[in-house]
Design a protein around this ligand. Structure first.
Ligand code: ADP
Ligand code: MG
Length: 550
């Protein structure tokens, strides 16, 4: 029985397994795929009175029976209000996704000649508890044992280590993932570990990683499909100009045109110009890569802005790190800026749309260095997941870091990755700033309520953060702490979202204004917990808030 890694994508999905005898990842060649790629379209077609069909056949069926076809179900994962209603049945996102998983696993089993049940499924770094739970459930509905979920950028980083056989030691990786319908940019700190595992062929050492998400951003409505649409507009204009025909006069032609455009776009990643047939009547035009790039510049720029944001957000975290390492003077630490961060990061490309040359060129311009090239960017996520699945499925005694220290506490697990063993550690960070309401002088003799940050955005999960406040009046009998989610920039309470509150009660009389109240907050496994202590009386209270980031 083999453990497999599954990239359950918005537009395409793929499955791989790690060959422990030859130390390499193999991606299953899926039949019924597009253009000979080892991935299938994440599209499900429910024919009447027949079992569901997944992949290109389903995609093609959308022309005839659009009401029977589900496209992009990943966008609805975890949405309790979504159902796909057909023939008197209401399908949940988990049920629809499970059909994709089933097909992937069937293909893997046919290819491997053995059964597959243990899997690691990847999820976007921004997936919250609901989306993760739905993804796990999809796995269970497909009859699988989900060993773990894994964040997509972590999987891509891990694939790098596997394919390059631990060429990294200690590195910051900027993972640029442009897929079919989504864009994600994640800055990860990766430290090389060596995993000692016992496989079928005895004990051996394998490269492994400790990964910490430093910062992340994304746009769940931006992807290759937008490039297809922009190209379709361009072609429509050109045909009108050259042939005087509107190829979209009939809305049915839109699907045809978009399909031709997706193919043309793929070709344009390799050649400088392509011939595109725009409609059933055979009207066609020539498009150059330059035309295409000019037309889609604005889309690419949206990703560039998010890259800048992620790098900017990372500046204080790089400063913290430098302080801890103690090698730079405080003046040098103050000088750490976005350019310093750019100088430190390695850039990695994943997602099918990152194959467009314009992506590579932009990244080179923005970061001043060439993206790391290895393997097929479409398949890195599934490959990393396969490797994780392989290691998770073995008995794993411990991991050793580069300095030879054993690191076997297996402690760090949080956020989108709901479990991690001692070998591959994944440490996640808080996606927002968390703080409490506090009073501050308004500069005119009065006081105003403001947001006071306790946990900075992108702080490590599983760690307590503490801040001291002062009582605002004498003889208070109780003190209420209000917890807010902030945007990390503004201290106006109106710009923040209240999460919960809790109260220290029964304070003895005689308390004085200015006495200390210590507030402590921690984010752990998707839960926010808070403690407050009246330092003078020793009385305290605590609170728990589930799913603070939704
Ligand atoms: P997702 O993770 O969103 O499911 P992928 O990472 O597989 O999807 O990316 C799919 C997108 O990549 C599609 O929009 C597809 O058109 C695009 N794509 C795939 N190969 C190429 C290529 N060679 N050049 C440009 N775009 C490509
Ligand atoms: Mg993807």
């Amino acid at each position: 029985m083999k453990a497999c890694g599954i990239d359950l994508g918005t537009t395409y999905s793929a499955i791989s397994w790690f060959d422990g005898e030859n130390d390499r990842v193999n991606t299953i060649e899926l039949v019924n795929n597009a253009d000979g790629l080892p991935s299938i379209r994440s599209v499900v077609y429910y024919p009447q009175n027949e079992p569901p069909v997944v992949g290109d056949t389903a995609w093609n069926a959308a022309r005839q029976h659009p009401e029977r076809v589900v496209v992009g179900i990943k966008r609805s994962m975890g949405d309790p209000n979504y159902t796909f209603a057909l023939d008197g049945t209401n399908y949940t996102p988990q049920q629809v996704s499970s059909e994709i998983l089933k097909v992937l696993v069937q293909e893997a089993e046919a290819n491997l000649g053995e059964s597959v049940s243990d899997v690691v499924i990847t999820v976007p770094a921004y997936f919250g508890d609901n989306e993760c739970a739905a993804t796990r459930e999809a796995g269970v509905l497909a009859g699988l044992n989900v060993l773990s979920l894994m964040a997509e950028p972590h999987a891509a980083a891990l694939a790098y280590v596997v394919e390059k056989a631990a060429a990294i030691d200690d590195q910051d990786l900027l993972v640029y993932d442009l897929g079919g319908g989504t864009f994600d940019i994640t800055l990860i700190h990766a430290t090389a570990l060596t995993a000692r595992v016992t496989g079928e062929d005895g004990e051996k050492e394998l490269p492994s990683l400790r990964m910490t998400t430093i910062t992340k951003e994304g746009n769940s409505g931006l992807g290759g499909l937008d490039w297809d649409k922009a190209l379709a507009d361009l072609i429509r204009e050109k045909v009108e100009e050259e042939h005087g025909v509107d190829v979209m006069a009939d809305p049915k032609d839109e699907a045809f045109l978009l399909d031709s455009c997706e193919k043309a776009k793929r070709h344009l990643s390799r050649v400088a110009s392509v011939h595109v047939v725009a409609d059933m009547a055979g009207h066609s035009v020539e498009v150059s890569r330059m035309d295409f790039e000019e037309r889609t510049e604005g889309l690419l720029f949206q990703t560039e802005c998010l890259i800048e944001q992620v790098l900017k957000d990372a500046v204080p975290l790089f400063q913290d790190r430098a302080r801890n390492e103690g090698e730079l003077s405080s003046e040098e630490i103050d000088k750490i800026d976005i350019d310093y961060v750019k100088g430190k990061v390695g850039v990695m490309l994943t997602g099918g749309s990152s194959k467009m040359p314009m992506v590579k060129n932009m990244l080179e311009r923005v970061t001043g260095k060439k993206p790391i090239q290895y393997g097929n960017p479409d398949l890195l996520v599934t490959k990393g997941a396969a490797y994780f699945a392989y290691i998770e499925s073995l008995s794993t005694p411990s991991a050793t870091d580069a300095s030879g220290q054993t690191d076997d506490d297996g402690k760090s697990t949080a956020g989108t990755t709901s479990r991690s063993g001692p070998i591959i550690q994944i440490i996640d960070t808080t996606p927002v700033s968390i703080g409490v309401e506090a009073l501050r002088s308004d500069g005119a003799g009065g006081r105003k309520s403001v947001y006071s940050e306790v946990i900075r955005k992108n702080s490590q999960y599983g760690k307590w953060f503490q801040k001291e406040f002062q009582k605002s009046e004498n003889n208070a009998t109780e003190i209420t702490i209000e917890i807010y989610k902030g945007d990390g920039e503004s201290d106006r309470l109106e710009d923040c979202t209240k999460l919960t509150d809790f109260t220290i009660t029964g304070l003895p009389p005689g308390g004085k204004e200015g006495e200390a109240i210590r507030v402590e907050l921690i984010c752990e496994n998707g839960i926010l917990r808070g403690k407050a202590l009246d330092v003078t009386s020793g009385l305290s209270a605590d609170v728990e808030c589930k799913r603070p980031f939704e």
